[in-house]
Every structure is written in C-alpha cells, then in structure tokens.
Design a protein around this ligand. Structure first.
Ligand SMILES: O=C(O)CCC(=O)c1ccccc1C(=O)O
Ligand SMILES: [Mg+2]
Length: 370
C-alpha cells in the first residue's frame, strides 16, 4: 500500500445531552480523527479514548503522543500490503490499544477504498442491516431514566442498556420492569462499580431476567467475575477486562462471562476485534459491539464490524442524531427502520467525511510524511 501522508486532528463536538456513567460524566466529545492518504484516496479512523483515564488508562493526549512518537513513524517507515500487517507492525508496542486502533482503522478504510470494496465485506461481514440497541446513562432520578427508556422503546431500539452504580441499581431495574414489563430486552452496565462484597445486590439484579450484567467487577479482573458468574443465572458480559483474543480465551476458559462486548478501540483495532469475534463464535459465546459515544467515523467502523455473523446481540451503536446536532459524516447514520441501521456497501466505511463540519470542531492538527 502506498501511504503518502497521515493527518491527526483533535476535535471537540458538543453532545446533545449529559452522558453519565459510574466513572464520570460528560457533555463534550473530545477525540482524535486520523486520516491516511494514498493513491488519491483517504482512509479515516477515530480514537475513542476519552480526555480522562477513567474508562481505561488512555486519554486523548496519550493517544496523540503514541501516534506521533511511535505508531505513525513505524507505519511510515515500514511498507505494508494489508491492514492486518499494520496490526502485526504495532504488536511489539505494549497496550495503547485505542491509539493503535485509530491508525489501523484508517488503514483498513484506505485499503478498502483502494480496492473498491466495503469495510464490512473486507472484514467478512454478511449482514446488510443490523439491529441496534441504546445505552442510557445515569440520570438524577429513576423517573428520568424511565422517561428515556419509554422514548427509546418508541423508536424501536432492540436492546435497552442502563448504566448502574451502587445506590442506583435495583430500584432502577425494578422500576423499568414495573413500568415496561418483563419482555423488554434489558441489561445493566456497571463499569466496574462493584466488588464481591456487594454480591447481594448482584443476586437481587439476577431476579429481573436481564439479558446480561456488563462488567460488574474490577476493570482488570476475570477471577472474581468467574466466582460471581457461578452464582448468577444472568450471563455476565465483559467489557473493560478484555483487551485481546488471549484475554477472551482465558475469560471463557475460566467461565468469567457468557457474553463479550467487543469495542474496536479497546482491543487495538479491527484485526483483533475480528479475531475475538471468531474465537467467541467457535466457543459459542455471543458478542455485540460496544460504543464509546463515537463520531460518525468510529460509528461507521462499528456498523461494519457488527455485520459479522456472531454479533447476534444488538449493540450500543445508536443513531447519530441521538448524540449530535451535526455529525462529521454524510449521509447521517440514522435508523432505516425501528431499531435498525443499514450496512453501507460503498467503498470503505461507506460514508463521506464532511470537511466543513470537521472544520467547525477541530482544535489542532498535524501532518506526517515518510
Ligand atoms: O452510546 C454509546 O456509544 C455507548 C456508551 C457506553 O455505554 C459507554 C460510553 C463510554 C464509555 C464506556 C461505555 C461502556 O459501554 O461501558
Ligand atoms: Mg461497558
């Protein structure tokens, strides 16, 4: 592949609402856009790291640093023929998965555009339409979450995920079941807010027929999760604990979870995401695509990977208009039917980046050449 230039841009986009989790809250999307130029085409990737290291250890600034000092120079100094080779080229660098993923994803998009095939097809995806769910943040009151649940059910979302934290958990789930019934496909995400000392809360949550409980225990744990899974009938889903296919293999072997949330950024890119998908498929572990409140570029990557066969549970990739007044891609990533997004079949991610919109949100940029 011919790579002539890499551009890094730091953007800030206002969110339409406050998004709160057990680890923090935000009204501004702060992220990096990566553009890789070659042979008249441009590939795009997005860093999903947050400005603060509370979801994982990376931040917008550490990603910029890793890209500038290590990853971009490595890519520009070593010819690669396929995006999978980029993953191999980055492997000696430990972790920094969101930094790797942003650049690897841009190379995947560029490679697909150079070949004239869609990213979904290149990854082995088979769906042309995907079912999607929605992730609802913590609100000041249970009632405010219930209102949002009603609104998103009306829009047809196929899975309702609510964020929980100690003191905002059982009464919330009970409230949703009482108002909307037992048939609502419902799950809870704790973002590591509990320990085994609070096992009684988990046992109470176990009574509500949840599709899964996501990452209840520590971000770096798979042992306590196995102990918890042994006493719950609700499947545990791991998010924060899984960074590689090896992590997934070990968690499955230990029975730490029954479901895995695949986030492309968290696992270092599309190549590793596909590897985890394939491993889980062989082990009969369903997967779904998590979200990191992505702009249109990251959202398009999520849509593409979700077209793979073992993404059998609706993910968190909701319609862009839920998040943004003006996104950076065109056409807007919107529901084509209740709770469904189309998988584009145009080259690469299948959406155009709107440079005028990027211009509104960009704070700084830098260019790198071989
Ligand atoms: O709407 C989305 O993009 C999903 C939001 C979400 O749940 C989330 C957002 C930021 C950080 C972590 C998580 C998570 O899945 O744990
Ligand atoms: Mg999560």
């Amino acid at each position: 592949m011919n790579i002539e230039r890499v551009e890094l841009q730091h953007l800030q986009m206002p969110l339409k609402f406050r998004f709160e989790t057990s680890f923090g809250s935000t009204t501004l999307k702060d992220f990096l856009l990566v553009s890789v130029y070659g042979d008249g085409e441009v590939g795009y990737g997005e860093s999903v790291a947050m400005p603060d290291p509370f979801y994982n250890e990376e931040t917008t600034e550490t990603v910029w640093y890793m890209l500038e000092k290590f990853l971009i120079p490595r890519l520009l100094a070593n010819p690669v023929e396929t995006p999978e080779e980029v993953a191999r080229l980055f492997a000696p660098i430990r972790r920094n998965n969101m930094a790797k993923s942003a650049l690897e994803g841009a190379v995947w998009d560029l490679s697909c555009k150079q070949k004239g095939i869609s990213l979904a097809k290149a990854l082995g995806g088979s769906r042309s339409v995907i079912d999607v769910g929605i992730s609802i943040g913590i609100e000041p009151t249970v009632e405010e979450v219930l209102e949002k649940v009603g609104q998103y059910l009306d829009e047809g979302y196929k899975k309702i995920k609510v964020k929980i934290k100690p003191g905002f958990d059982v009464q919330l789930i009970r409230g949703i079941r009482e108002r909307f019934g037992d048939q609502v496909p419902l799950m809870a995400d704790a973002n590591s807010a509990y320990t085994l000392d609070q096992i009684d809360i988990m046992k109470e949550l176990d009574q509500y027929g949840l599709i899964m409980i996501e990452q209840p225990l520590a971000h770096d744990d798979i042992i306590d999760h196995a102990q918890l899974q042994a006493v719950l009938s609700t499947p545990i889903c791991l998010d924060e604990s899984i960074h590689t296919a090896e992590d997934a293999r070990k968690a499955i072997e230990l029975k730490s979870c029954g479901i895995i949330n695949i986030k492309i950024g968290r696992v270092g890119g599309l190549t590793e995401a596909k590897r985890i998908h394939d491993l889980c498929q062989a082990q009969n572990i369903p997967v779904w695509c998590g979200g990191m409140v992505e702009s249109g570029v990251g959202r398009a990557h999520n849509v593409a990977i979700t077209s793979l066969q073992n993404f059998t549970i609706p993910g968190d990739t909701a319609a862009a208009s839920r998040y943004w007044d003006e996104d950076i891609v065109e056409p807007g990533i919107e529901l084509i039917a209740p709770g469904q997004l189309a998988v584009p079949d145009g080259p690469g991610i299948g959406y155009k980046v709107n440079q005028q919109a990027v211009g509104k949100y960009v704070l700084r940029s830098a260019n790198f050449r071989p």
